[in-house]
Write a protein that binds this ligand. Structure first.
Ligand code: SER
Length: 316
């Protein structure tokens, strides 16, 4: 497979693992990583890398032309908690980057786009359990507003210009290789680090806050799966609901205690509690499963085992 791929935001939580996975499939030299700053050694040494500020449309176009890019994974974004602090910057980064890429596809410069959406498109008026694919979307965060607007633009470019853009509404993503930055679901990564390093964790969300989550291996599988699916099978051109696990902080604590019995948790909720309270607790992803064959693998127990084993080997 000689497809030329560009990953924007390649050094982030998803990008760093996605880049390596795509390089294994498509060949190291066919997968161009780009980010505003350099990433870890494994990523930097595994193939081509370009420094890129995605809001610089001219620089973006010149990289696309230089490598004759056919597919773009646009992973650069400001997440929910940080976006509340910098609303204008978040809007600019999250929206302008998408519109630039959609325009390049409309003009025939690239053939296929992956763009991540989020459970943040939902809001307090959305049914919270088993949230359907099509439902009320009244987000109350800047991040959620940008993701919802982005979804509408994706569908618009598909309907009007036949732009092949594919998208997933990611739940909170849990990984051990690269930390998330600035999200509301970040506690579910940090808790594993602290369990190993300190044996205790102070959680910024309260007990009982159930959120949809997913282990990174499953998220990578979904991302590559939707991009490799036949075009005719992608029937949602806004974004697909995607689900794996749902849990509250005390449930992940219980799962960690099976490996580290002395581990303890305490609670000190901050502004992120309000964001979490506006999001669903569980997601109905039947459409993704039937349209393009999505299937998750990791549950809370197997994810916890994988997180603790890998983190012990790297930071412990
Ligand atoms: N994990 C993201 C966040 O918390 C949601 O997409 O912002």
């Amino acid at each position: 497979m000689n497809t030329k791929i560009l990953i924007i935001g390649a050094c982030g939580q998803i990008g760093s693992e996605l880049t390596l996975a795509l390089r294994t499939i498509y060949g190291d030299s066919n997968v161009i990583a780009s980010d505003i700053r350099e990433g870890n050694d494994e990523l930097m040494n595994s193939g081509p890398f370009e420094i890129l500020d995605v809001t610089d449309k001219i620089a973006l176009e010149s990289i696309i032309r230089k490598y004759q890019i056919e597919e773009v994974y646009l992973m650069a974004a400001m997440l929910s908690a940080t976006a509340e602090k910098f609303p204008e910057k978040a809007w600019q980064l999250n929206m302008n980057s998408l519109l630039s890429i959609l325009d390049f596809a409309k003009d025939g410069l690239i053939k296929k786009i992956f763009w991540p959406s989020s459970i943040a498109v939902f809001g307090p008026t959305t049914p919270r359990e088993n949230t359907p694919q099509q439902t009320v979307t009244e987000p109350t965060t800047v991040y959620g507003i940008s993701k919802l607007a982005g979804e509408r633009w994706c569908e618009y470019y598909f309907n009007n210009y036949d732009v092949d853009v594919r998208s997933i509404r990611y739940p909170g993503l849990i990984s051990w290789k690269t930390n998330p930055g600035g999200g509301t679901t970040d506690y579910a990564v940090d808790i594993y680090h602290q369990a190993i390093q300190k044996g205790s964790y102070e959680c910024f969300l309260s007990e009982g806050t159930i959120l949809p989550m997913m282990y990174m291996d499953d998220a990578i599988k979904a991302t590559i799966g939707i991009m490799q699916a036949d075009k005719a099978n992608i029937k949602e051109r806004s974004s697909y609901n995607l689900a794996a696990i749902s849990f509250a902080p005390e449930e992940v604590t219980a799962a960690i205690k099976k490996h580290i019995p002395e581990f303890t948790i305490s609670y000190d909720p901050d502004f992120r509690q309000k964001i979490a309270d506006s999001w669903p607790q569980s997601i109905d992803d039947a459409k993704a499963r039937s349209d393009w064959g999505w299937k998750h693998e990791f549950d809370l127990a197997s994810m916890t085992k994988a997180m603790l084993t890998n983190l012990k080997a790297t930071i412990g």
